[in-house]
Write a protein that binds this ligand. Structure first.
Ligand SMILES: [Zn+2]
Length: 401
């Protein structure tokens, strides 16, 4: 069928009639349909996209299949699908359906939510991070539509990954996914189809220094919050050196930096408030609590010298580290399928949340940073979507068939 006619038919059937949609759609078309839903976070609005995937699964008419649209906030939902026999599943296949904001649309050659195939690439927000991977995971499951599964498959499309994983946390706290629900997990985040089994955790702290305002001609009458912040910032540089003493053989060391500062009200006023942001990338040996304790120690140390010193520390954002051992069965299977050694990544994922509920999870998906992830004109090479389908299908064959 000619492509344009095919597209018209797809749109007609999807958007106008409740008719099986799966018959018509190849992988890049499915990815494109997912991109069409604007799921920028905030606010998310992932429910329509999750509902589309629900309908797609229902149309597949899989035997032994349970499809749950999990609404956790207004217009916000995850999709959870269980295929195959009950009991612990063999594989959990997961991807997020939210995307980071498209930013200035004038910087895009095509509108970000009107996916377009140009040559061998598919363009649109989420093309690489990570709607194509979601399409590939679905297509891999579809490959086994008529096969009897020995172990089940769980498919999870999550909302809100880019803003702290609120979708997945809601799925778990509502008891939809439980401890050890699957033997192994795969998240299709873009790794250029490399096997990633570890990454650092991250914590962002907001520290507020409380001072006292006074005329700048009489600084002794006030407490200068910016000067107090600067003493703290110098100590952060010291702390960075101390943290280097503990080394993780895979992930290196914990790093910590002051990344933002905001304070003062007027040129001639001693500032009464100053706020800084401290960003910390943690190896598994350093918990967010430990780092918090280190920051509190700095406050106490300065306070001992200067009793009027007053600072409050809060956690703005936090995610845990992923650390699946090199010799874990899942890593060995992945290395065998992909033909290369597993790696570590510099960014965070939902992996540690699955690891927390005892579903050891690796990160493995199509797309790479060079594909303008989080920037304008994001794209994916269509071949990578098909390579991903083959890889995921092989995992299913080895673990679930
Ligand atoms: Zn992502």
């Amino acid at each position: 069928m000619k492509n344009s006619l095919k597209n018209i038919l797809i749109n007609l059937f999807i958007h106008k009639y409740a008719y099986p949609i799966t018959t018509f759609m190849n992988a890049e078309e499915l990815a494109a349909e997912l991109i069409r839903f604007n799921t920028e976070v905030p606010p998310g609005n992932e429910e329509a996209c999750a509902a589309f995937l629900r309908d797609y699964f229902l149309d597949l008419r899989l035997e032994e299949c349970e499809v749950v649209l999990h609404r956790f906030a207004e217009n916000r939902a995850n999709l959870l699908v269980r295929v195959g026999p009950k009991g612990q599943a063999g594989l959990l296949l997961s991807g997020h359906i939210d995307v980071v904001p498209a930013g200035d649309h004038s910087l895009w050659e095509n509108p970000p939510f009107e996916p377009k195939i140009v040559g061998d690439k598919l363009y649109g927000r989420g093309a690489s991070d990570m709607k194509s991977a979601v399409a590939a995971l679905v297509k891999a499951i579809e490959n086994y539509k008529d096969k009897k599964l020995r172990r089940g498959i769980i498919f999870v499309a999550t909302a809100g990954e880019e803003i702290g994983c609120d979708g997945l946390e809601a799925l778990i706290s509502d008891g939809k996914i439980k401890e050890r629900d699957a033997m192994y997990g795969i998240i299709g985040e873009p790794t250029n189809l490399r096997v990633v089994r570890a990454h650092k955790g991250g914590t962002t702290f907001r520290i507020t220094f409380h001072g006292k305002s006074a005329h700048s001609s009489r600084p002794e009458l006030g407490i200068n919050a910016i000067e107090n912040a600067s003493r703290f910032i110098l100590e952060i540089a010291e702390l960075r050196n101390r943290l280097k003493e503990i080394i993780d053989p895979d992930l290196g060391t914990t790093v910590i930096s002051t990344t933002m500062i905001n304070g003062g009200t007027k040129e001639n006023v001693i500032p009464e408030k100053c706020q800084i942001i401290v960003d910390c990338r943690r190896i598994p040996l350093h918990s967010d609590r430990q780092i918090m304790a280190e920051l509190n120690k700095i406050v106490d140390k300065i306070k001992n010298l200067e009793p009027s010193y007053n600072a409050s520390i809060e956690i703005k954002f936090n995610y845990e580290a992923l650390n699946i051992p090199k010799n874990h069965q899942l890593v060995l299977i992945a290395e065998e399928i992909l033909g290369h050694k597993s790696e570590v990544a510099p960014y965070g994922t939902e992996g540690p949340i699955y690891q927390r509920i005892e579903i050891p999870t690796i990160i493995l998906g199509p797309g790479k940073v060079e594909n303008n992830i989080h920037g304008p004109n994001e794209y994916i090479e269509i071949k990578q979507i098909y390579d991903a389908i083959n890889v995921y299908s092989e995992f299913i064959r080895r673990i679930c068939i």
